[in-house]
Design a protein around this ligand. Structure first.
Ligand code: SDX
Length: 391
């Protein structure tokens, strides 16, 4: 025995988190937002409409959605002093690091919306985050490429404004191109929530201490940045590029994954919950084909991705381990075709996931029996011993 101390199961708080926001059946590959199947939501809705559904629990009326959209448009401006934060960070900074830093800094500018127990302040911080995160994201992009920041244009829709802030006049082709606007809207919808994933659980744990929404979301952004989580969409593009550049071919790469050479994994494959095809991956793959066709882009990385999927889905190694494409497998191909640099892919995931983070943080704070999070541990260290006095 290495001093291993047993524990009384009676004390272990093994109750899972309960939530009424998102339902997942990993074996069946089912995902529902407030009861609505993801396939129907992605087909008929918009990002802000789904944000309302996740946060308030019902599909908004036309009037509610219009008022929500209007409020978000009116709060896109960043405090001019906050924009100086970007000057303090190197242009080589990863945009996810910039994002979490700037979101945390929002709490220093908006002291009037920090109290998680004040409904009005919760509303204000909700609107401010939904409005300002895309602007911060665009500024992180512009900073990384040495271009000037643009001011948000409140006459533009949420998606249109985001494209304007990132690409300026280059975004004009998007304005006339509903396929691209719809594709980006759909991608953001597909990321809006996913139950108790690592970043959402982080937001809930930080929020359970009564930390403000900005601080909780900043922590969630950092959790999402890891390559096993949201950072996977960026890692997939690097993986596809390595396969292309190595000239070794897809089959050889798959063999290396199966042999676990250098610990490599098939990024964009596998999931803690889905042991079937991630329903979002199917929808993203459809969008990838539509966007590349619309842009008249032929991307060999998409061809490599499709060949990888075909080989893996027929290979016992992946079948036995129930490894299927997840939401990150095809998204990067689309973001790349739209002109986003690879390092912005996880930032786009964060913009998509923000409504889910907010919805979970609010749901938890509305629980009158909320207690601070305190994960249990199994102690595996030495039993009690005495400090050496003879030294
Ligand atoms: C997201 O939780 C969420 O909902 C997350 C998310 C969301 O919307 O919030 O869906 C978003 O994070 C999707 C996942 C993105 N990550 C990746 O694509 C990274 C690559 N995938 C993995 O590293 C892995 O599949 C995880 C992290 C996603 C899940 O890991 P698990 O379920 O803990 O699986 P595991 O590490 O226990 O592996 C089980 C076996 C192992 O083999 P053996 O030791 O049994 O021989 O499967 C193998 C692993 O080596 N395996 C893989 C693999 N994933 C697992 N082998 C090759 N390639 C992979 N991708």
């Amino acid at each position: 025995q290495t001093g291993y101390t047993s524990y009384d199961p009676g004390f272990v708080n093994t109750a899972p988190t309960s939530s009424g926001i998102t339902y997942i059946d990993g074996d069946q590959g089912i995902l529902r937002y407030r009861g609505y199947p993801i396939e129907q939501v992605a087909e008929h809705s918009t990002f802000l409409e789904v944000a309302w559904l996740l946060i308030y629990g019902e599909v908004p009326t036309a009037e509610q959605l219009e008022a929500f959209d209007h409020k978000v448009r009116r709060h896109t401006l960043l405090h001019e002093d906050l924009k100086r934060l970007f000057d303090a960070l190197p242009h080589s900074a990863h945009p996810m690091s910039v994002l979490s830093s700037a979101v945390s800094a929002l709490s220093t500018y908006y002291g009037d919306s920090l109290d998680p127990k004040d409904p009005e302040q919760v509303e204000m911080s909700t609107i401010r985050l939904l409005a300002k995160l895309p602007v911060i994201a665009a500024y992180a992009h512009k900073k990384s490429i040495g271009q000037a920041f643009l001011y948000p244009d409140n006459d533009r829709s949420f998606i249109d404004n985001f494209l304007w802030l990132n690409f300026g006049l280059m975004a004009e082709p998007y304005k006339e191109n509903p396929v691209l606007i719809q594709a980006l809207d759909r991608l953001l919808i597909l990321h809006e929530d996913h139950e108790q994933n690592a970043s959402t659980s982080t937001v809930r744990l930080v929020g359970s201490t009564e930390a403000n929404l900005f601080a909780s979301v900043s922590a969630g952004i950092n959790a999402l940045s890891g390559p096993l989580h949201g950072g996977a969409n960026e890692a997939v593009l690097s993986m596809l590029g390595d396969i292309r550049d190595s000239g070794e071919g897809v089959h050889r790469f798959v063999e290396r994954v199966k042999n676990k050479e250098d610990g490599i994994r098939l990024m964009g494959f596998g999931h803690r919950v889905y042991k079937n095809y991630d329903p979002r991956a199917k929808l993203v793959k459809e969008s990838a084909d539509a966007v590349l066709k619309e842009l008249g882009v032929k991307d060999e990385l998409l061809d490599i991705a499709k060949e990888l999927e075909e080989i893996a889905l027929a290979d016992d190694y992946f079948i036995e381990r129930k490894l299927y494409p997840n939401v990150d497998f095809y998204t990067g191909v689309i973001y790349k075709a739209m002109g986003f640099p690879t390092r912005m892919f996880t930032v786009l995931f964060a913009i998509g996931r923000l409504p889910g983070w907010i919805a979970h943080w609010r749901e938890m704070n509305q629980d009158p029996h909320l207690r601070i999070g305190r994960p249990q541990q199994l102690y595996t260290g030495p039993a009690e011993r005495h400090w050496p006095t003879s030294r």
